[in-house]
Structures are given as structure tokens and as C-alpha cells.
Design a protein around this ligand. Structure first.
Ligand SMILES: [Zn+2]
Ligand SMILES: [Zn+2]
Ligand SMILES: [Zn+2]
Length: 148
């Protein structure tokens, strides 16, 4: 857990220089971390959206995540990955969840953020040939043979 009292004594996480002795104003991120106003602007310019210290989203990302939802809906994963799951840790709400694996991003099922980190490897669905013998009734096999 972050200790708020220590936060103000920390150096700017972008340029590593002191914030309080600097003439440049400070910017407070939504997580409570401070950085120079100019360093924050640099961060925005380079497309960084997370606090460099705690990885919490530095902006209101709702619209961005909606956009991501759409992109993901439009680009389904190849069939072999469709049932693949992965464990994630959410950088925004710290929740751990198991969600569908997607190259464009994994959405936290607790807060809806895509600001998540993969926790471990992919979890493959049960192998197809392992579940087939149990589920497939014998009649079907005979039917298939008849059709041939
Ligand atoms: Zn700085
Ligand atoms: Zn932070
Ligand atoms: Zn979350």
C-alpha cells in the first residue's frame, strides 16, 4: 500500500529530480503521486497513460476502454485461442481475475479497465480429444459410419 505522507517526499518519477525545490509546478495524478507538470505533459505526448510509480491509470480511461471493447469485438482471436484464459492483475483496482486471452488487451472483470498485467502463462481449455470420448455418445459414431 502507498503511504500518502511519503508521496510528497518522492522525486519526480519521470526525470528523478526533486519536485519541491523545482520551479516547475507539480501535477497530482489521480492515484496521488506527484510529478512535474512538464513531465506529465511529456508523458501525455508519448502516449503513456499510467502513473510510472504505481501503474494506476492517470486519466479517465472510460472512453478509451470502450474503444478497446469495440476493437476486440471486431477482431476475434483465432479459433485455437478462443477458449484460452489468462490470469490478470488489474493495475487500477488490484483485483485478480481470470479472463479470456486477447492480444489487444485483457479487461478487468471487476472495474472494466484494460490497464492489467498478465499473471502467469496462458490457460489452455481442456484438450479437445480429452473431452470428446466422454461426451460423444456411441450412436453418433455409428451414424457417421452410415453416412460414409
Ligand atoms: Zn520531472
Ligand atoms: Zn501512482
Ligand atoms: Zn480492475
Amino acid at each position: 500500500m502507498q503511504c500518502v505522507e511519503n508521496v510528497s517526499r518522492q522525486n519526480c518519477p519521470v526525470c528523478m529530480e526533486d519536485i519541491h525545490t523545482s520551479r516547475i509546478g507539480a501535477h497530482v495524478l489521480s492515484c496521488g503521486h506527484l510529478l512535474h507538470k512538464t513531465c506529465f505533459e511529456d508523458m501525455c505526448r508519448t502516449g503513456a497513460y499510467r502513473c510510472p510509480l504505481c501503474m494506476h491509470s492517470a486519466f479517465n480511461m472510460e472512453e478509451f476502454w470502450e474503444q478497446r471493447d469495440m476493437e476486440i469485438a471486431q477482431s476475434p482471436m483465432p479459433t485455437e485461442y478462443q477458449d484460452t484464459k489468462v490470469k490478470i492483475i488489474c493495475n487500477d483496482c488490484q483485483a485478480r481475475c481470470t479472463v479470456a486471452f486477447h492480444v489487444l488487451g485483457m479487461k478487468c472483470s471487476t472495474c472494466g479497465s484494460y490497464n492489467t498485467a498478465q499473471d502467469g502463462g496462458l490457460i489452455a481449455p481442456p484438450a479437445i480429444d480429452a473431452r470428446q470420448p466422454a461426451e460423444q455418445p456411441l450412436e453418433e459414431e455409428t451414424d457417421a459410419q452410415h453416412r460414409e
